[in-house]
Design a protein around this ligand. Structure first.
Ligand SMILES: Cc1cc2nc3c(=O)[nH]c(=O)nc-3n(C[C@H](O)[C@H](O)[C@H](O)COP(=O)(O)OP(=O)(O)OC[C@H]3O[C@@H](n4cnc5c(N)ncnc54)[C@H](O)[C@@H]3O)c2cc1C
Length: 412
């Protein structure tokens, strides 16, 4: 862990997930900042939150192709696999481009983190607030204040998970967990337990096939028909294109931008490979499919009784919610910033960003020294903003934007 010094590093990146790590690599590679003037503020360790989510839902391979990873050279991951005799971990897909296994993706990412010495930039802390000052930004963290020349927010969804209405006021000891809760681990689920999974998208499907085994009773509560799509949006959104231009022609931070992105995203869909696995487990009777919607849940002596809309009731030992994320703009840090600073907020609290630089606009229309990457930048980059390819597009903009910023001279 880097010291908690307040020395003026050039850039602080808040969040050490896929976006934070890739942006760090891009800024170092482009020489925008030296490593000893770069800090990544992340409470859980670099890439740990994403790695944990992949394990929690039992994901085997990424949905995105092998050219989407945290390094600069698009073929870096393929070369990494070849040089270690791991080409068989590049899994064919229906659209031709192979996808890396989760293990290969993270082994490659760890090698990139090592190559750029990113562990030395890590401050193991949570950012709680930002304050702009002349020529820079002060980042308040749980480990103290950090003075920086500029800051990038790359906090993903910020741990805000969606729960159905009936799951919001249950007693703390009820056997109902969210798949992304820190405490959920599919490896600790009882071998003969009755398990219910709520959700009809890729996470629910992956979890169902992971938990399915002879002797365990797994029911998938999926109220809507499955939607099978290779990608989470049309390919035209992956690059700066006419689709992105049309999005950016709409007013920044507007409802129209949010709606355009929502309509373009194929939320709740699953890839053909995951669907094929799910279908096999259902055909083998390892997973029961229940189409009726759960209406109420009652904890009862270590189990939970589920009442469905069609009037039927059943019970499970454990109910796991695979019901997605809440709005990223509701993360505590975003709420704090739109309430307590002059950074401009748009529809549903979205940060109003400059399309050319991803820098957050102040209410007076000038650009702050705070930029945003990840899902919260979807109003600029479109439906893939949250994905690995979104980090790469954000990197293209941020390198230029930060090159143009004048950083305070290195303290002597
Ligand atoms: C199971 C799963 C599978 C996916 N598969 C793919 C895929 O195959 N291809 C693809 O392109 N995309 C995929 N995605 C989308 C995926 O979320 C992104 O590609 C990627 O994880 C987003 O990176 P991120 O850095 O924006 O967010 P995250 O990976 O969530 O990282 C954000 C980081 O910010 C930290 N943080 C949060 N708040 C603070 C704070 N206040 N202070 C400091 N740090 C903070 C968190 O601890 C976390 O480490 C998948 C998502 C999930 C959940």
């Amino acid at each position: 862990m880097a010291s908690e010094s307040t020395a003026d590093p050039g850039v602080a990146i808040v969040g050490g997930g896929v976006h934070g790590v890739h942006l760090a690599v891009r800024l170092l590679e482009a020489g925008v900042v030296e490593r000893d003037r770069l800090r990544i503020v992340e409470p859980d360790g670099l890439l740990a939150a994403f790695r944990r989510k992949c394990a929690q839902c039992g994901m085997r391979e990424l949905r995105s192709p092998f050219v989407h990873h945290v390094d600069v050279d698009p073929f870096s991951l393929r070369d990494f696999a070849r040089s270690r005799g791991r080409e068989d971990e590049l899994v064919p897909s229906e659209v031709g481009a192979e996808r890396p296994t989760v293990e290969l993706f993270f082994d490659h990412a760890a090698a990139v983190v090592d190559r750029y010495g990113l562990e030395s930039t890590l401050i193991e802390a949570r950012a709680t607030d930002l304050e702009e000052r002349a020529g820079g930004v002060d980042v308040e963290t749980t480990a103290g204040r950090l003075s920086t020349g500029a800051c990038v927010l790359a906090i993903g969804h910020g741990s805000s998970y969606a729960r159905p209405e009936w799951a919001r006021d249950l007693p703390a000891d009820a056997s109902v967990t969210h798949v992304w809760d820190d405490g959920f681990d599919p490896d600790t689920v009882g071998e003969t337990a009755r398990i219910g999974i709520v959700g009809g998208g890729i996470t629910a499907a992956q979890l169902a096939t992971t938990l399915a085994q002879p002797g365990r009773d797994v029911t998938l509560f999926a109220r809507s028909p499955f939607r099978v799509e290779t990608l989470e949006a049309g390919r035209e959104w992956m690059h700066f294109s006419g689709a992105v231009d049309e999005l950016q022609a709409l007013p920044p931070g507007s409802r129209d931008r949010e709606q355009t992105v929502a309509e373009a995203r194929r939320d709740g869909s699953m890839s053909p490979e995951v669907f094929a696995r799910l279908r096999r487990t259902i055909d083998r009777d390892w997973v029961d499919l229940e189409r009726s919607e759960i209406e109420a849940v009652t904890p009862a002596g270590g189990t939970v009784v589920l009442t469905c809309r069609d009037g039927t009731a059943t019970w499970v030992d454990e109910l796991v919610l695979a019901t997605g994320f809440n709005s990223p703009y509701d993360a505590p840090l975003y709420r704090r910033l739109r309430d307590g600073t002059d950074l401009a907020a748009g529809y549903r609290g979205a940060p109003v960003l400059d399309d050319d630089t991803l820098r957050w606009r102040r209410v007076d229309g000038t650009n702050a020294r705070v930029a945003v990457s990840g899902i919260a930048a979807q109003g600029v980059l479109g439906p893939f903003a949250r994905n690995v390819i979104g980090a790469r597009r954000a990197g293209d903009l941020l390198v230029d934007a930060f090159e143009a910023l004048e950083f305070a001279p290195r303290p002597t």
